[in-house]
Design a protein around this ligand. Structure first.
Ligand SMILES: [Cu+2]
Length: 196
């Protein structure tokens, strides 16, 4: 599944269930507080061993938790499964900027330009301390660690400019470790790639 769709689905699914539980539990709590208040129900009753109830409150949360796992797992697989036709760009974090290296050895700092309509695989590593590569618009958030190369990918499906940040505190200028993702039409990308 497309990373943006997968991550968003997992987020909304878990949030939706959380809201349902919040509303449900609060409602039952309020009803019980009113219904079983001391003036109407002075003598508490000790209820024991309701098998049906015990089965339901064990099975239902288990099923809910497993569906959350399933939605999260599908989303995770979507993050790791890169389409075969993806273009590959090397990304290096360093104190304090992001460096991008293209297949023709072009190198940029603080600016990632990619063609519209293509899957883009980013091979991410750090040249010094811990950084974390973050593109909120494309739900990418991957730690950059020296000696431990990893990757992320996204589908460049909309022309525009998007924020790239470092989201792991890496030193005094961490907050200035910003970059831009620019998605441009393919002909413009090719022209940009050949220019120096
Ligand atoms: Cu950093």
């Amino acid at each position: 599944m497309d990373p943006v769709k997968g991550v968003d689905l997992a987020f909304w699914y878990i949030l939706g269930i959380s809201v349902l539980l919040l509303v449900g539990i609060t409602t039952v709590m309020i009803v019980f507080v009113i219904k079983y208040r001391r003036s109407r129900h002075p003598n508490p009753v000790d209820i024991r061993d309701n098998l049906n109830l015990e089965v339901v409150w064990t099975a239902l949360p288990t099923v809910i938790a497993l569906t959350m796992f399933w939605v999260g797992w599908k989303s995770y697989i979507g993050l790791r499964d890169v389409p075969e036709d993806a273009i590959e760009i090397e990304v290096a974090g360093q104190m304090f900027s992001w460096i991008f290296m293209y297949p023709n050895d072009k190198e940029t700092e603080g600016e990632l330009v990619v063609p519209l309509g293509k899957a883009v695989k980013l091979n991410i590593e750090s040249w010094d301390v811990l950084h974390s590569f973050y593109i909120p618009s494309y739900r990418i958030k991957v730690d950059a660690v020296r000696g431990m190369p990893t990757y992320a990918w996204f589908m460049a499906d909309k022309v525009g400019e998007y924020d790239i940040l470092c989201t792991e505190y890496c030193g005094v200028d961490h907050s200035a470790m910003l970059a831009k993702l620019k998605i441009v039409p393919e002909d413009q990308y090719l022209k940009w790639l050949e220019a120096d």
